[in-house]
Design a protein around this ligand. Structure first.
Ligand code: PRP
Length: 286
């Protein structure tokens, strides 16, 4: 029977939309909606399983799914044996300890003897043991941020992304335990056939992520400034230089990291570059 790669993604939660978008950009389209537990890819040997986030590490461990798009924080909390295949660059967050703004606690050491509410008991306990701080962990599975307000705990340990949950609940961050983002992780018991399909997806993901982080740049430059401008451009390789119909001018094309463009724009203009275009790239296969 033909192997299908079983990919787990969140049934609900903040990773789901970006996970589906990434698969779509990798050319893996699914034919039914998110209300289903399982959906088959139309044009790729894969099945998408929509699972509860906290169940995904166990499914990976047992080989019920071959791989998953999941928060690295969840794998760490569950002490997962799944291995990280690729960091995906979205759903970036941190696991932090926070206290009420009115609290006298201002550092990790001040938490000695305090009660901390969290859904990340394992990660918190390990962190506290390593820091030689004795705090009492209260495990709760949701709405951790209200724990200090209702007198359940003196502090919380929870995920922080934009910081708006902390802000709305009058909490201040005192310590970052770890930084996390969405990752592609694979089962420790993945079969050879499934691994071959996973390799194909990983290659596609890398092409999509490289493209997301890059921009195609075109500009017109006077011929006597080509050498100077090429030195300024932080390109992948040597840029393409094409003659323009107008004598004495050329067009330079290159690919640069999207973050570095603004750093060099003034220098390019000072060298006489004109008509500068910065264009998004759909896929980048290197
Ligand atoms: C997480 C976390 C906080 C919130 C922080 O919950 O538990 O409540 O995100 O994000 P912010 O800094 O952008 O406000 P999430 O919405 O992922 O769902 P959960 O409560 O099920 O964990």
């Amino acid at each position: 029977m033909k192997t299908n790669l079983k990919i787990a993604i969140q049934k609900s939660g903040r990773l789901q939309e970006d996970s589906l978008r990434l698969l779509d950009e990798c050319g893996i389209a699914i034919d039914n909606g998110r209300d289903q537990l399982k959906a088959k890819a139309i044009n790729f040997p894969a099945e998408i399983l929509f699972l509860r986030n906290s169940d995904i590490p166990q499914y990976l461990e047992d080989g019920v799914v071959d791989c998953a798009i999941i928060g690295e924080n969840t794998l760490i909390e569950e002490n997962s044996t799944a291995s990280l295949v690729e960091k995906l660059g979205f759903s970036k967050c941190r696991l932090s300890i926070a206290v009420p703004k009115t609290s006298k606690v201002s550092s990790l050491a001040d938490l000695d003897g305090m009660r901390i509410a969290t859904s990340y008991s394992n990660t918190l306990s390990k962190f506290m043991v390593a820091a030689h701080i004795e705090a009492k962990t209260h495990h709760i599975s949701g709405s951790v941020e209200i724990a200090p307000n209702i007198g359940l705990a003196d502090a919380i340990c929870d995920l922080v992304s934009s910081g708006s949950t902390l802000f709305k609940n009058n909490l201040k961050e005192v310590e970052v335990l770890l930084k996390s983002e969405a990752v592609l992780a694979k089962s420790p018991v993945i079969t050879k056939e499934a691994q071959e399909i996973l390799d194909k997806i990983q290659f596609r993901i890398q092409s999509v992520l490289k493209a997301r982080n890059s921009r195609y740049v075109l500009m017109n430059v006077p011929n006597d400034k080509i050498d100077n401008i090429v030195k300024i451009l932080p390109g992948m390789r040597s840029p393409t230089v094409l003659p323009l119909a107008q004598k004495g001018w050329s067009s330079i094309h290159t690919v640069i990291n999207k973050g570095s463009f603004w750093e060099v724009i003034d220098a390019l203009k000072a060298q006489g570059a004109e008509g500068i275009l910065v264009v998004p790239i759909e896929k980048m296969v290197i």
